[in-house]
Design a protein around this ligand. Structure first.
Ligand code: NAP
Ligand code: F7E
Length: 330
């Protein structure tokens, strides 16, 4: 138990926000979460599933609301998980992506400074492997580290790079405890249906139950270093318990193609040849693709003692099993 600490989480309604709020609750934290928009059905559903979270209305693009949220929570730890996080969407809405994913971090850091709590708050910034871009020239054989060269390939990646550097700049300029986690893809039962892994596992479940005939995807060759979200939020928390604020890669150290994900997912429902069940549509392809991502988590393993527990087959299995149950209904 960590005692009576208080945490404020932006992006609490997202995949990681849900996992992290549960983790912090089990550690005895008082958890505050940012919710945007007016009262709606989604808020009520969230409150039903996470009754222990105090929701505060705010938006990363609205500095006044952020200051009020920081004051209301009096947080010891602030986890900035809120973002426009879908890479494909960021190509279609690049300015909104910059406002939320890049400038939102600045707004939040300034809110903490204005609140007078800069010395008390430990801040986590959700940085991403999308900052690396996966090009031949900057790709180390053993995987990207905290010191690898950045070359973002999307408005999302570019916005996250600004966010990463402004977070580091506040650490250097004002001595704030700001940690950045450069996280490679992490997935699970709570992953949004717009991301490829969950789109596949949901589609596989629907095909199995005769509710859908095929899945429509974009490019199938890209490779990702896919881990389980539950393991990764544990790493976020560990970064804020460390003596010094620092930058850490969280990854599995393995990379797999979408085709490999499809093979494992379809094999869960007894289908060995998935090709008749998958079609491709250019609408799901991106103007610039990140071909291969592979991370090297050695620093987090050595310094924080972080270790992922779920492997790639285990991840696919738990996602398909979950979606088979969800699709079947109560
Ligand atoms: P997610 O499921 O897409 O959740 C994004 C969250 O951001 C949602 O709660 C969303 O709220 C919130 N949000 C969007 N616009 C906002 C705004 N204007 N003001 C306040 N909140 C806003 O993302 P995730 O997978 O949990 O990822 C968490 C963070 O880690 C993100 O910053 C993401 O970019 C980063 N990241 C993710 C991965 C990954 O593989 N999952 C890897 C590296 C980094 P609504 O529900 O209201 O839309
Ligand atoms: O795409 C390809 C797509 O959208 C993975 C975010 O959490 O992780 C995530 O970004 C790959 C890409 O994740 C479809 O082109 C093919 O090559 O699931 P994704 P992402 O782009 O890797 C990083 C680390 C983040 O930080 C992000 O926030 O799959 N792909 N067909 C498809 N992708 C989608 N979404 N949908 C398809 O139909």
């Amino acid at each position: 138990m960590s005692g009576e600490k208080t945490a404020l989480i932006t992006g609490i309604t997202g995949q990681d926000g849900q996992h992290l709020s549960e983790l912090l609750d089990t550690k005895g934290y008082e958890v505050f979460g940012l919710i945007r928009g007016q009262r709606n059905a989604r808020r009520e559903a969230f409150e039903a599933e996470f009754p222990f979270v105090h929701l505060v209305e705010a938006d990363l693009t609205d500095p006044t609301s952020l200051l009020a949220a920081v004051r209301a929570s009096e947080a010891d730890e602030v986890y900035n998980l809120g973002a426009i996080s879908h890479v494909g969407y960021s190509f279609r809405n690049p300015q909104l992506t910059a406002d939320v994913t890049a400038k939102g971090v600045l707004n939040l850091l300034e809110a903490i400074r204005s609140s007078g709590r800069a010395d008390q708050v430990r801040f986590y910034q959700a940085s991403t492997s999308e900052m690396f871009g996966g090009l031949d020239y900057n790709r180390p054989g053993n995987g990207y580290t905290e010191d690898s060269l950045f070359h973002p390939r999307s408005p999302y990646g570019v916005a996250k790079l600004y966010a990463h550097w402004i977070a580091r700049n506040y650490r250097e300029s004002y001595g704030m405890f700001v940690a950045t986690g450069i996280l490679f893809n992490h997935e699970g039962e709570r992953r949004g249906l717009e991301f490829v892994t969950r789109k596949i596992t949901d589609g596989v479940a629907r095909i199995h139950h005769g509710m859908q005939s095929h899945i429509v995807l974009g490019d199938l060759w890209p490779k990702r270093d896919w881990g389980y979200a539950g393991d990764y939020v544990r790493g976020m928390w560990q970064m804020l318990q460390h003596d010094e604020p620092d930058d850490f890669v969280l990854a599995t150290g393995e990379t797999h193609s979408i085709e490999e994900f499809l093979t494992l997912a379809f094999s869960q429902i007894g289908i060995e040849d998935w090709t008749p069940y998958v079609r491709q549509d250019p609408q799901f392809m991106r103007p610039a693709e990140v071909d291969i991502l592979l991370g090297d988590p050695t620093k987090a393993e050595k310094v924080l003692g972080w270790k992922r527990e779920v492997d790639f087959p285990g991840l696919v299995q738990r996602m398909v099993e979950h979606d088979l149950k969800v699709v079947a209904g109560p």
